[in-house]
Design a protein around this ligand. Structure first.
Ligand SMILES: Cc1cc2nc3c(=O)[nH]c(=O)nc-3n(C[C@H](O)[C@H](O)[C@H](O)COP(=O)(O)OP(=O)(O)OC[C@H]3O[C@@H](n4cnc5c(N)ncnc54)[C@H](O)[C@@H]3O)c2cc1C
Length: 338
């Protein structure tokens, strides 16, 4: 059994702990922990959360998404208290992708939607059974589950990954999200801070709706508890924690244009429970999952998931686990010959 330290207790750090704790002694250290008052310093508590397949730039990312979907599906079945629920997805887009050839045609009850149901501007749409969850329930629940499996959580703020070297682990996992821009020995300038804003309203709407026109994306995520999350917005290089009501008004105006029989265009007509402002950990050169040897520490980086940390979570965790195994059990020349 090896000793693994994971820096970061967001969805990516905890999914990685779920994979590695089956065989290793895992400690998670983080500045922000599940159950804390939500803070703009980390992304996971602010997410929708829905599983919207797509946005992949490689077969590797498609595999990550499929692996995550499969794992989250299993968890939802085994642990209903996790808040994971199955819902019907209707997903529309304005670009030229062929809906018959998308990777997610393997998802349950997939079908291409007929032209007459497409919202204005959309060229195609697909439907499948997908998953939603509520991070304010899911994250503390997952922490408790991991603790039951022997994972230890410690609050710690690092200025550099080298600050953790005294913990004497075999491998250090870097799952710090936007933190990788600010850790002095990583200082990844490709990390981008992408502001998001949503509102939670009372509603019995029970389908997952998504319309991505390339510039804006408009969505309604049912939490299956009488509330729905309405979004969205991508604002690169903004970290303003204040709610911008003009954005909320624009979100409901867009939703009304797409679903006029369900959502009003007038913000005053909503029973608003709250607003969310969070910063997505983007990365201009893409998701980073790779090995590194720095300051005498064996490191595996797992960050840069932007608006898809949950969508990629368990798939990314499996890849990180494989890299940890490579570090712990390097191929020797004699084994390689077998
Ligand atoms: C409005 C909004 C809606 C979203 N909706 C969805 C959705 O529907 N589906 C989806 O898949 N994704 C969604 N996302 C994106 C998702 O939230 C992120 O991709 C995901 O949370 C990233 O997880 P992470 O674990 O990489 O990082 P984080 O959640 O940011 O966690 C980082 C961890 O590292 C720790 N850390 C950082 N720096 C240090 C340091 N120096 N020392 C010690 N600890 C440190 C932090 O304390 C924290 O524990 C949404 C995001 C927003 C803002």
């Amino acid at each position: 059994m090896a000793r693994i330290t994971i820096v970061g207790s967001g969805i990516v750090g905890m999914a990685t702990a779920a994979m590695l704790s089956r065989h290793h002694k895992v400690t998670i250290i983080a500045r922000n922990l599940p159950g804390d008052e939500p803070s703009i310093d980390w992304a996971s508590p602010w997410a929708g959360v829905s599983f919207v397949a797509g946005g992949c730039t490689s077969a590797r990312e498609e595999k990550m998404q499929l692996d995550s979907f499969t794992e989250l599906w299993r968890w939802g079945e085994a642990y209903p208290e996790s808040s994971i629920r199955r819902v019907r997805m209707e997903d529309f887009y304005d670009d030229d992708k062929n809906p018959e050839e998308v990777w997610w045609k393997v998802l349950p009850e997939f079908r291409v939607l007929p032209a007459h149901v497409l919202p204005k501007g959309a060229k195609a749409g697909t439907s499948y059974t997908t998953l939603v969850l509520n991070p304010s329930i899911f994250l503390p629940w997952l922490k408790q589950q991991l603790e039951g499996w022997g994972v230890e959580f410690r609050r710690m703020h690092l200025n550099a990954l080298s600050d953790a070297s005294h913990l004497r682990h075999d491998v250090l996992i870097n799952a710090t999200g936007i933190g990788s821009k600010f850790l002095s020995d990583i200082a990844d300038q490709d990390v981008e801070l992408v502001r998001g804003q949503t509102l939670i309203v009372k509603s019995d709407y029970q389908k997952m709706f998504m319309h991505d026109n390339g510039k804006d994306y408009t969505y309604a995520i049912p939490r299956m508890d009488g509330t729905v999350i309405l979004g969205g917005i991508r604002q690169p290089d903004s970290t303003n924690p204040e709610v911008d009501l003009e954005i909320s008004k624009d979100i409901v105006r867009r939703l009304n244009a797409d679903l006029p029989n369900v959502f009003s265009a007038d913000l005053a007509e909503y029973d608003i429970i709250g607003h969310n402002v969070g910063i997505r950990p983007g990365r201009s050169s893409g998701i980073r999952i790779e090995r590194d040897l720095r300051g005498g520490q064996n490191i595996v980086h797992v960050y840069g998931f932007s608006g898809g940390g949950y969508i990629h979570s368990f798939g990314a965790a499996r890849m990180a686990r494989d890299l940890v195994e490579d570090v712990l059990f390097p191929l020797s020349r004699s084994v390689a010959k077998l």
